[in-house]
Design a protein around this ligand. Structure first.
Ligand code: NDP
Length: 426
């Protein structure tokens, strides 16, 4: 703890992994004798670089860039890139650690990484975003490659930003390779990648409800966020007959008593400047709540899909008092440690991000496969594979712990990683 003083998100992720996992006795022995815990929890390397770029006024701007390569034990490093002013080393180290465990839980051959910058794209022009992405890739390109490390998108990094970064990488390398995922369909992107995390969330929910002899039909859902994950979660949920009561952004939340319609969600998805949710509330005949979160709204299912630590202990108490039945993490670590403790100690069924939101990395791995054989797959085929893998992830969790998805997910991934690390030697 002393060594990582101030890296609160990273330490929080480590504590959650250790607190909520059970390791079989024969693996525990290996874990101790080979000092595997420290080896598994520390990133292989943290790369930090300077990103200088020129804004539209001709002024030189400087940002900090990072790539945290956590583990390539079971496959090449893989994980998103995030642009947000609150990005720092601790946030990226927690995300890279989580990514390693999440990727291992999919059963696919992929390691874990995460990267990003404290660059704030809000208020920047398209040209400025492009110049920043190119400058960021000038440095990042030294450390990635189709068999080394394959970045993808995350907060504020969508198809447009991936296009700019991929274009720069292709020119620098004079090579067209699948070194990034989340690309446009026109140049190596996979069908369903854009939708995959949100759709995957709902495939997981369906499987979980099926396990409880329930269905999504008419279930009331509260969702936070109105970005890629939130909107595709909402879209698929509505398609399955659920009623999505809320969406939100960093300014507040939007509540619609009758639930958002498919058309409204489509309009938000096609809207490039996402913060418009607050301005669209009136048009949608919905209510806007400034500077507030949706966790006091009564519903059956809560799916936080915005950012880390967005749902705290007070929110968890409101949800429990309002008899919420299911809480599923769409974002990475959206629930604080205290909130998780409250859910795990209540009758709420809680499922962690590493199980629920792995749809994106599943589709990304399918994109890597398509790039490697230069052959694209159809929407239906990718959808089927995504749905089946989310079902397998669900089953893997409950096969390790029937009563806690959190313990099941952590235990399943620890087992896979311990075996891989022990068998590969020191
Ligand atoms: P987007 O950038 O598309 O959307 C992020 C959303 O969260 C926006 O609505 C944003 O609002 C809101 N938000 C951001 N910060 C805050 C905050 N501090 N308080 C309240 N709302 C906030 O990102 P994604 O949808 O891609 O990612 C969302 C989460 O899902 C992240 O945790 C990410 O790591 C995780 N994830 C994403 C995957 C993907 O495939 N994209 C894959 C797996 C996990 P505003 O516009 O006002 O900033």
């Amino acid at each position: 703890e002393k060594l990582y003083h101030g890296q609160t998100e990273y330490l929080q992720a480590i504590e959650e992994l250790i607190e909520y996992s059970e390791i079989e006795p024969y693996l525990e022995e290996v874990l101790v004798s080979e000092n595997l815990l420290e080896r598994l929890l520390l990133p292989d390397r943290v790369i930090c670089f300077n990103v200088a770029w020129v804004d539209d006024q001709g002024e030189v701007q400087v940002n900090q860039g990072w790539r945290v390569q956590h583990s390539n034990l079971i496959g090449p490093y893989k994980g998103g890139v995030r642009f947000h002013p609150n990005v720092n080393e601790s946030v990226l180290k927690f995300l890279a650690l989580e990514q390693t465990f999440k990727n291992a839980l999919t059963g696919l051959p992929i390691g874990g990484a995460k990267g990003g910058s404290n660059f704030d794209p809000k208020g920047k022009t398209r040209r400025e975003v492009m110049r920043f992405c190119q400058a960021f890739m000038d440095e990042l390109s030294r450390y990635i490659g189709p068999n080394t490390d394959i970045p993808a998108g995350d907060i504020n990094v969508g198809t447009r930003e991936i296009g700019y970064m991929f274009g720069r990488y292709r020119r620098l390398q004079n090579q067209f390779s699948g070194a990034m995922t989340g690309k446009s369909i026109e140049f190596g992107g996979s069908q369903v990648r854009v939708e995959s995390t949100g759709y995957g969330v709902i495939y997981f929910v369906e499987k979980l409800l099926e396990h409880q002899q329930k269905s999504l039909d008419s279930m009331k859902i509260i969702i936070s966020g109105s970005g890629n994950v939130a909107l595709h979660t909402a879209k698929k949920a509505i398609e399955k007959g659920a009623v999505v009561l809320t969406l939100s952004n960093s300014k507040g939340y939007c509540y619609r008593n009758a639930g958002f319609t498919q058309e409204m969600v489509d309009e938000l998805i096609s809207n490039e400047s996402r913060p418009k949710l607050d301005r669209l509330a009136e048009k949608f005949n919905a209510k806007w709540f400034d500077n507030d979160t949706p966790w006091e709204v009564k519903a059956d299912i809560a799916i936080p899909c915005a950012t880390q630590n967005e749902l705290g202990a007070e929110d968890a108490k409101h949800l429990i008092d309002n008899d919420i039945q299911f809480v599923l993490e769409g974002a990475n670590m959206p629930c604080t440690a205290k909130a998780v403790e409250l859910f795990e100690g209540s009758k709420v069924v809680f499922a962690p991000a590493k199980a629920v939101n792995s749809g994106g990395v599943v589709a990304s791995t399918l994109e890597m496969g398509q790039n490697a054989i230069f052959y694209p797959e159809s929407f239906d085929l990718v959808s089927d594979k995504l749905k089946n893998t989310m079902g397998d992830i669900h089953d893997s969790c409950i096969s390790h712990n029937e009563s806690s998805y959190l313990r099941g997910a952590n235990s399943a991934t620890f087992s896979r990683l311990i075996i891989a690390m022990a068998e590969q030697g020191v």
